[in-house]
Structure formats: C-alpha cells, structure tokens
Design a protein around this ligand. Structure first.
Ligand SMILES: Cc1cc2nc3c(=O)[nH]c(=O)nc-3n(C[C@H](O)[C@H](O)[C@H](O)COP(=O)(O)O)c2cc1C
Ligand SMILES: [Mn+2]
Length: 491
C-alpha cells in the first residue's frame, strides 16, 4: 500500500527510528542548514523541526537523505527492484497462448494505476486562503550565508504545455521576494521553461498558470525531479512507482490540478513579460550559483491542510540529500536507458561529480568507434546532455568501484587519441563554462583499443591469479598463522 501522504511516511520513519523531532527553537535562517548538514554527513535521520523560529509550521528535512529512507519511501529492499519492475514492463511481449494471456493480466491491471485520478476535494483544501495569506508565515529557509534570501527548495511546480495541454511537474527552487511573489528558477532546458516560452510566443503579454505543491507522499515528492521526456506526466510516473494513482484536485484560482494529499498549495501565475534578478543561492555544486534573470511567480491563493508541515531540503557541498534522490532516479531509469542502448552495462555518477560533471558508463563494445557513439547518445539523452566529463569503459570494469575506474581508465587511454571535445548545452549551474548554459564537454574513450580502430600493438591481459593456486592457498591458509581478514583473494 502506497503512503497516503507525507504524514503517513513521517509515522513510518518514526517507527523505523529514522526520524528525530527537534523541540528546541531553531532559526530557519542558516541554523536549520547547519544542523541538517551535520546530520546528513553523519548518515543521520530525517529531522522534524517542531519550533522553527518565526513560524507556527514545523519543518521536515532530510526525508530521503539515506539509502534506507529512500528504500522505505519506494517500499523496496533495494532500489534496483524498481528498475527490475520497469524492465518487466519494457520486456512485455505479445502473448503466445492463453496461459501467457492469463499471466499478463496482473500487469495490465497494474497499468491502470498509472494514471492520475481526478477527485473533487482532498485534505489540501482544509484551509483555503484567498486573501489572508503570506509566504512569511511559512518557515522557509535561508540556506547559506550569501543566499539572496529565503528559498523554497522542494516545490513541485506544475504547469501545462500551452500547445498540447500536457502537464509537467518539476522541482525548481523559488526565491521569496515578498509575501506574495517568488522567483521561478526553471533552467532554460527544463520543461517548465519550455512551457513558459511557448506561452510567451503565443501571447507575449499574457500569463501562464502555475501551481506549486509542497509536501506530499514521498514518491510524488520525488517525481518532481524525474528527468523524463517532455509531455510525460511526472504524476503518472509517480502513480506507477506508488502502484496507486496520484489523486488530483482542481485549483481554486487557476486551471491546474494539484495533489489532493499535499500539505501546502500555492496557486498563481507567471507573467510572461516579467523577469527579475534571482540568486545567488548556495547550490548543489558546493558553490553559489550567481545572480541571473528568471521569471516571477505571483501567488493568488494558498490552500493547506490543518496544521500543515513544510517539507524542504538543502543543497550544498556534496553529498547532500539530493545525492540520494538523484542516485535513486538513476537506478530507476537505467533500464529505460538500456532499452534504447542495450550495449550499456552500467552507469555511475559519483557524488563528487554532482551528476552533471561526471558520468562513467560501461559498454559491451561491438564495433570500432562504439565508445564515441555512446558519448553522442548520452549527450543527446534528456538531462544527460549536461554531462561535462563522460568516461566510457569496457563491460568488465565495475563502474560502481571508483578506484577500479580510475585505475583501469587511466591505463587504457592515450590521451591525445582517446579524448574528444564537443560543444553543447551546459547545466546552468556550471560556473566554469565560457557562457551560461553553453560550453564544452569531454569524452574519454577508456575502452580497450582494437586493431580495427588503428591500434596495432598487443593489448595485455589483466593480472589475475589462477583458480588452482587460489584453492591450494585457501587449503593451507589456516596453517600459515597469518592475521585474520587477509584470507580473501583479490578476485
Ligand atoms: C533539491 C533540488 C532542487 C532543484 N532546483 C532546481 C532549480 O532551481 N532549477 C532547475 O531547473 N532544476 C532544479 N532541480 C532539478 C530539476 O528538478 C530536475 O532537473 C527535473 O527533472 C526537472 O523537471 P523537468 O524535466 O520536468 O523540467 C532541482 C532538483 C533538486 C533535487
Ligand atoms: Mn518533465
């Protein structure tokens, strides 16, 4: 059974010893960050700050900041189970006989649970504030000392494609400018930004409706960061992951729907002719993302549950909570990547590479130039386009073992021959690129080089002890009087 809402997940975390309540008064300005940063680094629990200074609403943070809590959220023992479930759907073949058809029924029934379900009302409507609302009532964090102000860091920003009517949900931070206005930091390549551009092209002086949900069941919260294709509804994907549809209720003041179970909803619009300076903001690169011009969100109505809980997260020097979220998303979507590129064996993005800086990919190489083909593929695959350094290794390199990758990749390259530079779109957060959003990328072909790729020298075998010797040594080990712990062979 999927978690009904954020509260049910909080109870679960509490039962599992994965949540700590903090009853002391703590300031959302910097103090919550400093405490959370220490706790995340120590692989500590989720935190519920019950008395944030200056507000009546408790703050939940670090909700998914560990592998264990992510597994609890996804209701699996290991995140790869989710990937396997997706593979099960991707592998669906036309049934051959009656038995096949019968076996397929549960899967087909499950398909029905993908689609969001329209409901008339829900807990997020317990309090409706059309006039008497202020963002200052929320315990919104100022995360780091040089931040331009307070930022809502985990909003589910909901828009519709003005041409197709399809919904998008993205997590884009929102800087609070005043009681009723915020920034809307959808980066230029993101789907919200595309909706904005299309609406502006049709009517430069108009508005686009935007609704923001804060705090929902954990999978719906996670769905906002999914890098899935445009026009694929993140709430549908959330329904698939939850195995239960996301229930949606209509907004009061705009033509959008929001999760019925949400803690807090901000309804409003973005004026298509208005831009405002946003940032700086201490970002997940571990550096401040500097000021930039972004659209402005105007709040027209706030609805919330009785006694709402404010869900937030911090980003900063890695690893933070977003590493666990991004990592889970990577494992969940790997089967989809492999469907398109079956030569891909595995993919890794070490925390220090903050996702866009470094991706390591292992492939089953089948033809000359194959590593470079995969580079082009990844640089054109959704948000993987941002990958600044891409290392391609052979199938027998364990990309999850970064020591092995450094060792084998460096042994495999002739730098002048094997490094390739290309120009392309860059993550907005990359402060080293020559221009915002545009710069160079590097691909390293660290696969074995073949004769058909012009390599005429013999390629040596990796050193591995033979099995007979290992067995003989295993047998004599206890008689050697050697320290415990050394008995494991290298491979
Ligand atoms: C905590 C957190 C904050 C984020 N902030 C932003 C942001 O301010 N702007 C942005 O474009 N993406 C941000 N992202 C990444 C997007 O949520 C992510 O790229 C998502 O896939 C975008 O959705 P879309 O593909 O529908 O545009 C953030 C992610 C996390 C986990
Ligand atoms: Mn999207």
């Amino acid at each position: 059974m999927a978690y009904k809402d954020l509260r049910e997940f909080i109870s679960k975390l509490e039962k599992e010893g994965e949540l700590r309540r903090i009853t002391a008064e703590v300031d959302p300005v910097l103090e919550i960050t400093e405490i959370t940063d220490r706790v995340t680094r120590a692989e500590g629990p989720a935190l519920l700050f019950e008395r944030p200074k200056g507000a009546q609403i408790p703050v939940l943070i670090n909700m998914l900041g560990s592998e264990r809590r992510m597994n609890l959220a996804l209701e699996v023992a290991h995140v790869d189970e989710v990937g396997a479930r997706i593979r099960g759907f991707l592998d669906l073949q036309s049934p051959q006989g009656l038995l096949d058809k019968i076996k397929m029924l549960p899967k087909l029934a499950e398909l029905g649970s993908f689609f969001p379900k329209a409901v008339k009302s829900g807990p997020c409507k317990e309090v409706i504030r059309r006039e008497d609302f202020s963002l200052h009532h929320l315990p919104i964090l100022k995360c780091w000392p040089q931040d331009a102000g307070r930022f809502i860091t985990w909003p589910l920003v909901i828009t519709r494609n003005p041409e197709t009517g399809k919904r998008n949900v993205g997590v884009y931070r929102m800087q609070v400018y005043d009681a009723k206005t915020t920034g809307m930091h959808w980066q230029t390549q993101k789907h919200g930004a595309e909706h904005f551009r299309r609406a502006r092209a049709a009517n430069p002086k108009g508005r686009i409706s935007v609704a923001v949900a804060i705090g929902s069941d954990p999978i719906t919260c996670l769905s906002g960061i999914l890098p899935i294709p445009p026009d694929l509804d993140e709430f549908m994907f959330a329904g698939f992951l939850r195995r239960e549809p996301v229930e949606l209720v209509p907004c009061e003041t705009c033509d959008l729907e929001v999760p019925a179970n949400a803690e807090i909803i901000l309804e409003g619009y973005v004026d298509l002719a208005e831009m405002r300076t946003e940032g700086p903001f201490g970002d997940h690169t571990g550096f401040y993302s500097l000021e930039g011009e972004f659209p402005v969100f105007h709040v027209t109505c706030v609805t919330h549950r009785n006694n709402p809980i404010y869900l937030t997260t911090i980003v900063g020097p890695p690893p933070q909570e977003d590493f666990f979220m991004g990592h889970a998303v990577e494992r969940i979507l790997l089967p989809v990547m492999k469907l398109q590129y079956p030569e891909i064996v595995d993919v890794a993005m070490p925390a220090e590479g903050i996702f866009h800086n470094l991706m390591i990919v292992s492939i089953r190489k089948s033809y000359p130039g194959h590593a470079r083909k995969i580079m082009s593929a990844i640089w054109s695959l959704g948000q993987a386009m941002f990958t600044k350094v891409l290392v391609v290794v052979d199938h027998d390199v364990n990309v999850q073992n970064f020591r092995e990758v450094v060792w084998k990749a460096l042994c495999a390259i002739d730098p002048e021959r094997d490094v390739q530079f290309v120009m392309g779109p860059m993550d907005t957060l990359d402060h080293s690129a020559r221009m915002q959003d545009f710069g160079s990328k590097m691909g390293i072909d660290a696969t074995r080089k073949w004769e058909s790729e012009g390599f005429r020298r013999p390629w040596p075998d990796e050193i591995v002890m033979n099995e007979e010797t290992k067995k003989r040594v295993d047998a004599m080990w206890s008689s050697l009087g050697l320290p415990r712990g050394a008995e494991k062979p290298s491979k």
